[in-house]
Write a protein that binds this ligand. Structure first.
Ligand code: ZN
Length: 119
């Protein structure tokens, strides 16, 4: 497989920065809405409070997933800086462009990633 060209890396870098912007805004919104739930609890009935807590737990999970995504993007961007971008963190193989197009923050090649998922 071929190594990434500078233009390809630049395209992925732009995508990553764009994704980071969107995720950061999403997380900010989620932080705001979880605050609202806490404030409303005192004025709610027991059942709606349970609903709210359930919703809060779910949105907490979503938020954690988004924060994880943000960490992945940041580390991908620092790999671009250091010139390690596009190489598998585990086996040092080249990560295929097709895979990076799906997820520019991917840090593992397809075979290492599928091994991770099985564990
Ligand atoms: Zn690998």
């Amino acid at each position: 497989m071929d190594e990434l060209t500078e233009e390809q890396v630049e395209t992925f870098r732009k995508n990553l920065i764009e994704n980071r912007k969107i995720l950061t805004m999403t997380i900010e919104g989620e932080t705001e809405s979880s605050k609202t739930v806490e404030l409303d609890q005192s004025t709610m009935g027991r059942l709606s409070r349970m609903d709210a807590l359930q919703g809060q737990a779910m949105s907490k999970e979503t938020k954690q997933r988004h924060e994880e995504g943000l960490r992945k993007i940041s580390s991908a961007l620092s790999r671009i800086e250091s010139g390690d971008y596009g190489y598998c963190l585990k086996c040092d193989e080249i990560i295929s462009v097709a895979r990076l197009e799906v997820d520019p923050a991917a840090s593992l090649c397809i075979s290492c990633a599928s091994l991770e998922e099985k564990v």
